[in-house]
Design a protein around this ligand. Structure first.
Ligand code: MN
Ligand code: MN
Length: 298
């Protein structure tokens, strides 16, 4: 659970940019807009700001809690939809990960408030020496008090240089982990609230991937794609769409499959609530200073 802090300025800068892009993206979620077109606008904005994605910006609708990346004109936002925007920015590998939820009609604002309140309560209690289970306890209480369930098999996580998920795991319920927070810890807290049971499962095929092993591969096309992935994304997740734009659809699909089958890449399919319950999410990245949390993505 140690995070190297090579340059605090990078973490602060990543957090600032991520917040700005989050607010920009949330403003685009309106009845009649497509998730694809919003994603494109967010990606363009990131490029315009000279920033780098820590992972592809995701817009997950309704019972899909996470890992939905729109890569074609597929889903048009309806007024009673609840859309989670989750995005990550890195500066020299220092990652800011942040998310928020929107319902255009306001019908599910209470569900949105539940995850937001849980996040704020959790941030309020952060201090060195706090047992990690206490964060989960506060999140669970806030969400259940409002009549919902936390999603228990999704959690916050430590943030490392070019590493999106590292210890500690920050639970959305009391998981009995008595590990204590330390000054200098950098992590994301991300409560999910649902009308459903509180469990998500993978559904459908993945269009998001990351490198989990960098061993060489024989096929020249796959080898070329792997080199590109290493150079462009390192171990950070990327969208199939991004490599299709460079290699063309046919070659990219062939090489992605080859790299998956060789155990070099892993995919991240959409995560859907098991009872099809609507899900809201709120997420901030923060570090622990000598007595409290400093939120990087405010
Ligand atoms: Mn996130
Ligand atoms: Mn996260």
């Amino acid at each position: 659970m140690t995070n190297q802090i090579p340059n605090m300025d990078d973490w602060i800068s990543a957090g600032k940019t991520a917040s700005e892009i989050r607010e920009f993206g949330l403003g685009l979620i309106k009845t009649g807009s497509s998730l694809y077109e919003i994603t494109e606008k967010i990606e363009d904005k990131i490029k315009d700001m000279g920033a780098e994605c820590a992972f592809p910006p995701q817009l997950s609708p309704n019972a899909t809690a996470a890992h939905y990346y729109a890569e074609s004109e597929d889903i048009i936002v309806k007024e009673d939809d609840i859309i989670k925007l989750d995005l990550g920015i890195h500066v020299n590998g220092a990652i800011a990960d942040t998310a928020s939820s929107v319902c255009p009609s306001g019908k599910y604002d209470k569900l949105i408030q539940a995850s937001r309140n849980a996040l704020n309560r959790a941030i309020d209690i952060i201090t060195p020496g706090l047992e990690i289970r206490e964060i989960g306890k506060v999140i669970e209480k806030e969400i259940t008090d409002m009549g919902y369930n936390p999603v228990r098999n999704l959690s916050g996580h430590g943030l490392g240089v070019f590493i999106i998920h590292c210890p500690p795991t920050i639970p959305n319920f009391d998981n009995k982990d008595s590990t204590k927070l330390k000054e200098g810890d950098i992590f994301a807290i991300e409560p999910f609230a649902t009308e459903g049971f509180g469990t998500v499962t993978e559904k459908g095929s993945a269009n998001l991937f990351s490198m989990i092993d960098s061993k060489p591969i024989r096929n020249p096309i796959s080898s070329k794609l792997l080199k590109n992935i290493k150079r462009s994304y390192n171990t950070l997740p990327f969208a199939a769409k991004w490599v299709k734009e460079v290699f063309g659809e046919t070659k990219a699909n062939y090489a992605l499959n080859d790299l998956i089958n060789s155990g070099i890449l892993r995919g991240y399919p959409p995560l859907v609530e098991v009872q099809k319950g609507l899900v809201s999410q709120a997420e901030h990245s923060l570090y622990v200073d000598e007595n409290s949390a400093i939120v990087l993505t405010k």
